[in-house]
Design a protein. Structure first.
Length: 274
């Protein structure tokens, strides 16, 4: 049994929607026997309902926040579901505190005053007492649709993949290697499109000499024929090759070259044969 309290209404005098924060008391047990016709089935307390859900809106018509209080079992324990947070609450917090009305608060001049309580219930969920044990029975694996199980499994894999990638990103450095072929084939204002050049994932503890080994594995360029140039950002915000890395700089770990969190960019010059 879902009951909507209609907390929002159009005010013709103000010509706008308003929220109705009036106090409305709702019981934890709702007995509707007196509303049944004389020949209605009254067996097993069919008109007796128990409150299991209180949906709350906090705020006004221009904005606010929604959360819910739920009692997911036939037991007395209530829980508050508020975005990603779920925690236990008392029955008073779930029911009495959401009747609406006014609450005492300190005004700007320091004196206590009554103000409309903007957090209040706007929808109630009752379950027939005789049906509650069946409706709120523990969920078994066979009750879960197959497509949901597959979705949850995929979400778990995606989450594990993301965590692994984030861990690898923390341990590794992305190095973009610009080759002469990239410069010659590029058309545009800049010398090259850095997003299209080859990217290497190298441990932060590695050196540029280790990068040379990776380049040899990929393209077969001998280590002694590889010369790396540093790139710098100029005052006009363009990026250009500056000077070759020195022998000392080739021995530094990559985290010494990579300080601003962006990709490390190097120009690979292939030296001619003597």
């Amino acid at each position: 049994l879902h009951l909507h309290l209609k907390r929002f209404s159009f005010d013709p005098y103000q010509e706008t929607y308003v929220k109705i924060n009036d106090r409305f008391i709702f019981p934890p047990i709702l007995n509707l026997d007196k509303y049944l016709s004389e020949n209605a089935d009254r067996s097993q307390g069919r008109a007796r309902y128990q409150l299991h859900g209180v949906l709350v809106h906090s705020g006004g018509t221009q904005g606010g926040h929604y959360y819910a209080f739920l009692r997911p079992t036939v037991g007395p324990q209530w829980y508050r579901f508020d975005d990603s947070q779920v925690y236990r609450v008392s029955e008073k917090e779930a029911i009495d505190d959401n009747f609406g009305g006014e609450e005492e608060r300190t005004s700007f001049n320091g004196t206590p005053s009554l103000f409309p309580k903007s957090s209040n219930a706007y929808m109630l969920v009752y379950i027939r007492s005789s049906s509650a044990p069946q409706i709120l029975a523990p969920v078994t694996k066979s009750d879960v649709p197959k497509h949901l199980i597959e979705r949850f499994q995929q979400e778990k894999l995606d989450r594990e993949t993301k965590e692994r990638e984030e861990k690898e990103a923390y341990l590794n450095i992305s190095v973009r290697v610009v080759r002469q072929e990239d410069l010659l084939s590029h058309e545009g204002y800049e010398l090259v499109n850095f997003e299209e050049v080859t990217q290497f994932k190298i441990p932060q503890s590695a050196t540029l000499l280790d990068l040379k080994s990776e380049i040899f594995k990929k393209w077969g360029t001998p280590l002694e024929k590889q010369r790396f140039w540093n790139w710098v950002r100029r005052r006009n915000n363009t990026i250009r090759p500056d000077v070759p890395y020195s022998e000392q700089e080739l021995l530094l770990t990559l985290d010494k070259h990579h300080k601003d969190g962006s990709d490390l960019i190097v120009l690979l010059e292939t030296l001619p044969n003597n």
